[in-house]
Design a protein around this ligand. Structure first.
Ligand code: IMP
Length: 193
């Protein structure tokens, strides 16, 4: 009953979910344990893509399935990179991509941006549940910090004067899109399992 499949090929995500859920008595499984082919992320929102990923796996295992999708949306770029965050600049490194984004925003007055994290859970009855967290902020004029990953060095969370790559993981988790979505997921699991 307390088995959960994490529908991601990303072992860092599996590790993070383990750290959060194992203390509550959940047994975490990952895709290496089942036959599974990668699903195409054809959704138009983070929630749709998270659901697609969870649904693609639930058929192959008889347990709760969780998948997530996340990314950065920039107002002046009409919400880009958005759901394409992981592959926005093809083969470019994070550092190169961040430099391109700063260049793209150089003449823009509006530097506002936000991170979204959607977590989809499919329960034993096949019902889906969505948990979403958002972190608002703005794009920095230059990259700073070496913590975190991806777009963290160019993202300044609202109300702070440093990038999220200058925060410790505990500080980031307290305010981040992923932290918020995860806390909603935890509340649901505590109430229902
Ligand atoms: P996915 O959720 O695995 O599809 O990947 C989302 C992509 O969005 C990552 O590869 C990062 O580029 C970006 N992203 C999502 N969350 C964060 C974050 O907390 N900090 C920095 N970049 C992030």
């Amino acid at each position: 009953m307390k088995d959960i499949m994490i529908a991601t090929g990303n072992l860092n995500k599996v590790k993070e979910y383990k750290e959060i859920l194992e203390p509550l008595g959940f047994v975490i499984h990952d895709l290496s344990e089942i036959n599974h082919t990668d699903v195409e992320e054809t959704g138009t929102t983070f929630s749709e893509n998270a659901l697609l990923k969870a649904e693609s796996v639930v058929k192959s295992c008889k347990m709760i399935c969780i998948a997530d999708d996340s990314g950065l949306s920039i107002t002046a770029l009409d919400g880009a990179p958005g759901i394409y965050s992981a592959r926005f600049m093809g083969d470019k490194t994070n550092t190169e991509t961040n430099a391109v984004i700063i260049e793209m925003l150089k003449d823009k007055a509006d530097r506002s941006a936000w991170f979204t994290c959607a977590i989809a859970l499919i329960d034993h009855e096949g019902e889906s549940h969505l948990f979403e967290g958002i972190m608002e902020g703005s794009i920095a004029f230059e990259p700073k910090g070496s913590n975190g990953f991806g777009y963290d060095p160019i993202f300044i969370p609202k109300g702070l004067d440093k990038t999220s790559a200058e925060l410790t993981s505990a500080e980031k988790n307290a305010i981040s899109h992923r932290g918020k979505a995860t806390r909603l997921l935890l509340e649901y699991l505590k109430e229902n399992y």
